[in-house]
Write a protein that binds this ligand. Structure first.
Ligand code: SF4
Length: 460
């Protein structure tokens, strides 16, 4: 037995001072029966809580169910606020028991998970005047319903329109979830006919190498549907890469551990792809380090052991992950569970969630602060998905950014050459001068024209 004391090396003067292991909190993930603090789950044992059927069956879909589950954990004032929030939300509401158990109900107004999933009337802000429901123009670029072909070599296939959770910030709130009092949705169901048309289109377009299978959410596909989509796409010679997109690991990691048919189907497509020298991966969506628990670690370890690559696409949100400390921790924890922190998106202009958006400047600052805290391949790129169909642009690559009016201008030469795309900061975060101009409708187009003129001038 070695005596560790003998092997402690003297600290070289040039060496960094050692870091106290106890401060490496990204490695310390929540374990144990944390869900039992919720009155409705007090008697739920681990085997039951890990069962994905139980999680799906007990998901909360309206204010009454939420309040019944929480009992006296929340105040009557919060209850009323949430009830009104649910009524006004353009997005339907669905929260898994797992997610509900991760929220700190002693501080529900500031909890980063509550902010993302449970709307409160008192926190809502008016929408930005330039907001449209399909702000990314996905339907405008769809040659077949539910198939968006915007980038030359990549297509987005919306296989279905349901998710294991309904996120307030969803970019596809025009299509995902059930109709609400505020919005009648454009539905994309899992119909064989529609799928066949999408596969036929992909098969005819030799330039398409990269297919994103999303929705909705790939978690909601049955095992045989995962296989059918994977096999159909792998059969197309020019398709080289497939990404199944799912929020699932962040809201119900149990499924990967206990839905053997689903996980085995995904594994089989990945292995088949590998034999054909084609890449099949999983893209997921963690936004806050608290969403990554010991259960997540077990689930990600299972995928890692099977050789399945997982990448993360986070959304930057006010009060959720808009500080350096939280973003660094998210990035480090993702790396720790072998998930690549691929993208952080500037929040899209989405109806009913203006309170979640941050100015572009926040993304620019965070990127500087985060880069260097871990390996470059585990550092996310901060992007703006340019409204109007410009696609994802590096947040720093704006042609012009007016911090008073909050108008930023991007170009996308390889997607739509010659076009300009504008993004708008949330009005309540602008300086007084900017807020005053947005309060006057006759100023709106002028502010956009000014920003475009400046962008053109700077380009010359
Ligand atoms: S899981 Fe994805 S597609 Fe579904 S509601 Fe959330 S963000 Fe939208």
């Amino acid at each position: 037995m070695l005596n560790p004391a003998v092997h402690i090396l003297p600290l070289h003067p040039a060496a960094r001072p050692p870091v106290d292991e106890a401060t490496l909190v990204h490695k310390q993930m929540l374990r144990g029966p944390f869900w039992q603090k919720i009155p409705a789950y007090r008697d739920v044992d681990e085997k039951t809580f890990l069962d994905h059927h139980w999680q799906a069956k007990h998901s909360i879909t309206n204010a009454d169910k939420l309040l019944r589950a929480l009992g006296d954990l929340v105040s009557p004032k919060f209850v009323e606020d949430a009830q009104l929030g649910f009524q006004r939300a353009p997005m339907s509401v669905r929260v898994s028991p797992y997610l509900l158990s991760l929220i700190d109900w002693a501080n529900p107004y500031t909890d980063p998970l509550r902010i993302q999933f449970v709307p409160l009337a008192s926190r809502l802000l008016p929408d930005h005047p330039k907001l449209g429901l399909d702000s990314l123009g996905e339907r405008a670029d769809a040659p077949v319903p539910g198939l968006t072909h915007r980038y030359v070599d990549k297509a987005l296939f919306l296989a279905l329109d349901t998710c294991p959770v309904d996120c307030r910030f969803c970019t596809r709130s025009y299509a995902v979830g059930i109709d609400t009092e505020e919005v009648e949705k454009f539905h994309v169901k899992a119909h064989a006919d529609r799928w066949a048309k999408a596969f036929a289109y992909i098969g005819q377009r030799g330039e398409l190498e990269d297919i994103v299978v999303s929705g909705g959410d790939a978690y909601q596909l049955r095992a045989e549907q995962i296989s059918e989509i994977g096999d159909s796409l792998l059969r197309i010679p020019h398709v080289r890469r497939i990404r199944y997109a799912t929020k699932g690991p962040a809201v119900m990691p149990q499924k990967i551990l206990t839905d053997d048919a689903w996980t085995d189907a995904l594994t089989a497509v990945v292995e088949k792809g590998r034999k054909l020298h084609k890449e099949v991966v999983l893209h997921t969506h963690f936004n806050h380090p608290m969403e990554i628990t010991g259960i997540t670690e077990d689930a990600m370890n299972k995928l890692f052991e099977r050789g399945i690559t997982v990448r993360n696409q986070a959304v930057l949100q006010r009060g959720v992950n808009d500080t350096t400390a939280v973003m660094r921790m998210l990035v480090k924890r993702l790396g720790h569970v072998n998930v690549h922190p691929y993208y952080v998106y500037q929040h899209d202009l989405v109806r009913g969630v203006e309170d979640l958006r941050t100015p572009l400047q926040v993304a620019l600052d965070l990127e500087k602060d985060v880069r260097g805290s871990t390996a470059g391949f585990n550092t996310p790129t901060f992007v703006v998905d340019a409204p109007g169909g410009g696609g994802k642009r590096d947040a720093h690559s704006y042609e012009h950014y007016d911090r008073t009016t909050g108008v930023s201008v991007y170009t996308a030469p390889s997607v739509k050459p010659g076009s300009f795309f504008t993004y708008f900061d949330p009005i309540d975060r602008l300086p007084e001068e900017g807020q005053r101009r947005w309060a006057d409708a006759s100023e709106h187009q002028k502010m956009i024209d000014e920003a475009l003129a400046e962008a053109r001038r700077l380009q010359r």
